[in-house]
Ligand binder design. Structure first.
Ligand SMILES: [Zn+2]
Length: 414
């Protein structure tokens, strides 16, 4: 299994110069390749592969720009490979059309070979740069380094992301039982509510820094563009933003770690929230991005895979908040502002979010049982299998599951 480890590095002045040069060269090669690919496609509807483009780069571009020879040639080849991946993602509809890279954005380059670490001395070695001071806050097992990405963030910090083959296999999927299944409802009022009762508060990291950022933005607008003071203020804004992002990521890691380790959890059911679709709603976009709901699902998905936990998405259009989790009555009059309600059918009193999380758990279990009536643990559908099925079909399946299964009252509420 490949795992990425990200460390902060403190390159020497000499290494910083080399990095700056490499960032520049990689950017030039990437943009040159993108230009060729775009034009070829526009004019002749043709594409050019990695090998052909790499050969052209060696013959044409390197002859024209001799300074490209001063940096690690493999980093340049990786730039072309990355461009190709970006194109493939675009054609698979997994990403946007690749953009030209700018020197004002985050900078990075890849080293696919000849990299090593020395944990004792706290240094990282890559081609052309030896003994880069590195803070190894955690060690990794296995010494097969797949590749090393050196990056410089907008706030001026340098990082090394090391991709390591750990030779571990993901743990086998756990058995699905009612007791070890939890449902999670995510929202903006409370970040996450679990069916077993635990809640995680919503923290608005960006909102906390908003006043400061506003002030800095006003300062920046009064400075002359390109002046020393302008660049310093810009740096301070970048630093504030990166602090926000780091705090948020830390919080999300803590929640997802807890969820995947708590109560011997074996199955986690979540709503298939179309986060991207929600962000397009301009009234909610700011809050959703600030809460980091999209990132939460990404982290949760890979941690579930590592620890052998079944992750089940339920259909986005299931009435998870409106249905009574005890008797199945659907409260059609329930609006967003109502946080507590009492079921007119069975008299159960519900906290809106908790009721939703219990429903999500029940829908998830029902979906699993429908798909594989007598499941053995290992054969439970992985989230990856489901993701490849077309969306419409998935929702239809989920709908069928609900209509055929009787929802029992969960133990926690009984
Ligand atoms: Zn009820």
């Amino acid at each position: 299994m490949l795992r990425a480890y990200k460390y902060r590095i403190y390159p020497t002045d000499e290494q910083k110069v080399l990095f700056a040069k490499t960032f520049g060269c990689v950017r030039v090669v990437y943009n040159w390749g993108l230009d060729i690919k775009s034009n070829l496609y526009k004019e002749k509807k043709e594409s050019i592969g990695v090998v052909a483009l790499t050969n052209r780069m060696k013959l044409e571009l390197k002859a024209e720009k001799e300074w490209l020879g001063e940096v690690n040639s493999q980093a340049l080849q990786m730039a072309i490979r990355n461009l190709d991946t970006a194109y493939q993602n675009f054609f698979k509809k997994n990403g946007k059309y690749p953009n030209f890279k700018s020197k004002h954005d985050r900078q990075s380059f890849h080293n696919p070979q000849h990299c090593s670490v020395d944990f004792k001395r706290g240094v990282l070695n890559i081609p052309k740069a030896k003994n880069i001071p590195t803070v190894f806050h955690r060690k990794f097992k296995g010494d097969k380094i797949h590749d090393v990405t050196i990056s410089k963030e907008k706030d001026g910090r340098y990082y090394a992301s090391i991709l390591v083959d750990t030779f571990e296999k993901p743990l086998p999927k756990k058995l699905v039982t009612d007791d070890t299944t939890i449902g999670i409802d995510t929202g903006l009022k409370t970040f996450a509510v679990c069916s077993y009762g635990e809640e995680f508060a919503a923290v608005h990291f960006l909102k906390e820094e908003k006043r400061k950022l506003k002030l800095l933005g006003r300062k920046l607008s009064k400075k002359k563009k390109g002046s020393k003071a302008f660049n310093e203020t810009k740096q301070r804004i970048a630093k504030a933003h990166s602090r926000v992002a780091r705090k948020r990521l830390d919080y999300l890691h803590k929640i997802t770690h807890r969820l995947t380790h708590e109560n011997q959890v074996g199955t986690i059911c979540v709503e298939d929230l179309n986060v991207k679709g929600m962000v397009r709603n301009k009234h909610l976009a700011y809050d959703i991005s600030d809460a980091g709901i999209g990132m939460f699902y990404t982290l949760l998905a890979y941690k579930c895979q590592w620890y052998g936990i079944n992750l089940v998405e339920i259909g986005r259009f299931q009435p998870s908040s409106k249905q009574c989790s005890c008797c199945g009555y659907i409260n059609k009059t329930l609006t967003l502002s109502v946080r507590h309600w009492t079921c007119p059918e069975c008299g159960a009193s519900h906290d809106r979010d908790h009721n939703a999380s219990v429903n999500i758990k029940n829908f998830g279990l029902a979906t699993l049982r429908m798909e594989r009536p007598e499941v053995k643990p290992v054969e439970c559908p992985l989230v990856d299998d489901r993701a490849s099925a077309p969306k419409k079909q998935r929702h239809r399946e989920a709908g069928k599951a609900i209509s055929k299964c009787n929802l029992e009252a969960p133990k926690s509420l009984a």
